[in-house]
Each structure stands twice: as structure tokens, then as C-alpha cells.
Design a protein. Structure first.
Length: 146
């Protein structure tokens, strides 16, 4: 009888721990180039100059776009192969690099033509999303997790 109870407790613990697992990405890895969610907009302008186009909170630079709210970078996105994450992932690479770099995604959204893989920072305050079409990364977005 004790063995059955012990086995039940162990199985329950394993199931519970597996349901709580997520891809624990260091917050410092949720960035594009030197730009990260939560960055001060003044620091962005100091590093990259004025945007080439500005429409309210939406700023466009040559290789990336940002959304700024109350002087803070809320979101960064790129479709360019010229800008990478801190660990070297970039647009144009095969999607397989995501598992080897970040592990299993916290969330996967499949649409008709594309799949989006989302990874959250360990403190869940930021996330990085990869849009994949035909097995190739086509867009990377980093943002504050709402």
C-alpha cells in the first residue's frame, strides 16, 4: 500500500513539474542588436540617431522598427538579416536554430501560411517572437509582455 501511495506522489510531482516548465530565456537575450524592450528612448536616439520615419509612437529605422510609449521602447521588430539577437539568431535562418538556441517555445501559434514561436523571459516581463514561413525565420519581435 505504501508503494502505491509513493508511486502516486512521484507521478503527481512529475506531472506538476512538467506543466510548470517553460523556456526560461534570460531577459538579456530578448533584444535585437543593442536594442531591448524597456530601453530609454533617449538612449536609442543617442545610439542610432533619429528615425528615418516617425508616426507618433511608431519609429522606423533602416533595419528595424520600434514602438515607444512614454519615452520607453515597448517593442522592436525586424525583417532584416542585418540585425541579430544577442546570441546570433537572425531573419533568414532555418527555424531549427530556435530549439537549439532557446529550447522549446513557450507558445506556438500556427496560421495558414506561418508559425509564430514565443519565448518569455525568466521573470515573464519580456518576450521574443519569431515568425517562420516555410521553415525560415522571416521576422523577429521583442517586446514588453503585457
Amino acid at each position: 500500500m505504501k508503494f502505491k501511495n509513493l508511486a502516486a506522489v512521484i507521478c503527481g510531482a512529475v506531472l506538476l513539474s512538467s506543466s510548470l516548465c517553460f523556456a526560461a530565456v534570460d531577459g538579456g537575450q530578448i533584444a535585437l542588436g543593442k536594442i531591448f524592450p524597456g530601453m530609454n528612448a533617449t538612449d536609442l536616439v543617442d545610439a542610432f540617431g533619429q528615425p528615418t520615419y516617425r508616426d507618433g509612437d511608431d519609429w522606423t529605422y533602416q533595419n528595424f522598427k520600434v514602438e515607444v510609449e512614454n519615452g520607453i521602447v515597448e517593442k522592436i521588430s525586424t525583417n532584416s538579416e542585418m540585425i541579430t539577437t544577442p546570441n546570433g539568431v537572425r531573419v533568414g535562418q532555418a527555424a531549427e536554430i530556435l530549439n537549439s538556441t532557446f529550447g522549446a517555445a513557450d507558445k506556438v501559434d500556427r496560421d495558414y501560411n506561418d508559425t509564430e514561436y514565443e519565448y518569455y523571459s525568466t521573470d515573464r516581463t519580456k518576450k521574443i517572437e519569431f515568425k517562420v514561413v516555410n521553415g525560415v525565420i522571416t521576422k523577429i519581435t521583442c517586446k514588453i509582455n503585457d
